[in-house]
Write a protein that binds this ligand. Structure first.
Ligand SMILES: C[S@@+](CC[C@H](N)C(=O)[O-])C[C@H]1O[C@@H](n2cnc3c(N)ncnc32)[C@H](O)[C@@H]1O
Length: 310
C-alpha cells in the first residue's frame, strides 16, 4: 500500500496495464453517463445537495469518489468545495480517460472499489452515485470504512423512482420496436456483469449501511426537475436536456454493436442511428419554434449519509 501522491504518479505513468472497458462498451457509454450527470449535478441543484452533505467547508477535506464513471459528479464537487482535495476512481479505463479530458480540479485514476489502493484512515469523505447496487454490500462498505478517518463521512447516492414523460415525437416506430425485440433475445449483459444485482429499497439501504458499521445514518432526497419548456429553464440547459437523451439513445445502439454485432447488419444500425438523430433534431426544432411539448423528467436522488464513529 503506497501513499496517495506516489500512487497517482505511478498510475499516470503506467501505460502497460490492461484496459478494462466493460462498463463503457457493453452497459453505458461515457457520454450517456457524463451528459446525464452534468444535468443531475448542475450547480442549480448544489444547495439541495450541500444541505444534505452538511460538510465543514472551512476544513481542507480529502474527498474520494468511488465508481466515478466519466467524472461529472467529481467535477461538481470540485466547484462546490474549492478547498477540498478530490480523488475519483473507476475500474473502467475509457471513463477515466474521458473524465481527465472533460473535468478539472480532480485526480482521476483507475482502481477497484473492493481493493482500494489507499492507506487506512486517509480520507474525510467517500462518495458514490448509483454504484452500491452493482457491488456486494459487505465488500462495498468494508473498504470505505477502512480508508475513512475516524468521524469520516460516507455518502451513498442513488436514483429512485421518478417521473419520465417523453414527447410524442420520441415514440418508437415499427422498425425500432422490432430492433429492440431482437436485442432482447440476445442480451445477457445485465446478468453477466451484475448490473443492479444488489439493489435495495429506501428502507433497506440505511439498514444495510448500519449493518456494515456506519453510525448516525441519515437519508434525504434531492428533486432534479428537467423540463425543457419551463420558462425558468435556460435555452442552453433545455438543449442539454434534449441532447443528453440523444447521447444515451445513440450509445445504447453502440452497446448493441459491441455486444451482438453478428445479429445486426450495418444498414440496420445506421438506420437506427439516423431515426434517433432525426427525432432529437425535430425536438430541438420544436423547442426553438416555441412549440411546447411539456416533456419532463423528475429524478429523485436519494442521499444517504453515514459516519465512521471512533
Ligand atoms: C451506474 S455507473 C455510475 C457511474 C457514475 N457514478 C455516474 O453516476 O455516472 C457504475 C460505475 O461503477 C463502476 N464500477 C463497478 N464496479 C466497480 C468496481 N469494482 N471498482 C470500480 N468501479 C466499479 C463502473 O465502471 C461504472 O462506472
Amino acid at each position: 500500500m503506497v501513499d496517495i501522491k506516489t500512487w497517482i504518479n505511478q498510475t499516470n505513468t503506467n501505460t502497460s496495464k490492461t484496459m478494462n472497458t466493460i462498463w463503457s462498451k457493453y452497459i453505458q457509454g461515457a457520454k450517456t453517463l457524463y451528459y446525464s450527470r452534468k444535468l443531475r449535478f448542475d450547480d442549480k441543484f448544489a444547495s439541495q445537495y450541500k444541505a444534505l452533505f452538511d460538510l465543514d467547508e472551512t476544513k481542507k477535506l480529502k474527498i474520494l469518489e468511488i465508481g466515478c464513471g466519466s467524472g461529472a459528479l467529481a467535477g461538481s464537487l470540485a466547484r462546490w468545495y474549492p478547498n477540498a482535495e478530490i480523488i475519483a476512481i473507476d475500474r473502467d479505463s475509457e471513463f477515466i480517460r474521458f473524465a481527465k479530458e472533460h473535468e478539472t480540479g480532480v485526480s482521476f485514476m483507475e482502481a477497484d472499489i473492493v481493493a482500494l489502493p489507499f492507506t487506512d484512515e486517509s480520507f474525510d469523505v467517500v462518495i458514490s452515485n448509483t454504484v452500491y447496487e452493482h457491488i456486494e454490500p459487505s465488500a462495498f462498505y468494508k473498504e470505505q470504512l477502512r480508508i475513512l478517518k475516524p468521524n469520516g463521512v460516507c455518502f451513498v447516492l442513488s436514483s429512485r423512482r421518478g417521473i419520465s414523460v417523453a414527447p410524442d415525437c420520441y415514440a418508437p416506430n415499427d422498425f425500432e420496436k422490432a430492433f429492440w425485440e431482437k436485442v432482447k433475445q440476445y442480451d445477457s449483459s445485465i446478468d453477466k456483469y451484475n448490473v443492479g444485482k444488489y439493489y435495495l429499497n429506501e428502507a433497506k439501504l440505511p439498514a444495510v449501511m448500519e449493518q456494515y458499521g456506519f453510525k448516525q445514518i441519515k437519508t434525504g432526497y434531492v428533486a432534479v426537475i428537467l423540463t425543457p419548456d419551463n420558462p425558468d429553464t435556460t435555452p442552453e440547459f433545455a438543449r442539454a436536456i434534449i441532447n443528453a437523451d440523444r447521447y444515451s439513445a445513440i450509445e445504447s445502439i453502440e452497446s448493441v454493436v459491441n455486444s451482438m454485432s453478428e445479429h445486426f447488419s450495418n444498414q440496420e444500425i445506421s438506420e437506427m442511428k439516423h431515426t434517433i438523430n432525426s427525432k432529437y433534431d425535430y425536438r430541438i426544432k420544436q423547442y426553438e419554434n416555441n412549440i411546447k411539448q411539456w416533456d419532463t423528467t423528475v429524478s429523485i436522488i436519494m442521499v444517504m449519509r453515514g459516519v465512521k464513529e471512533i
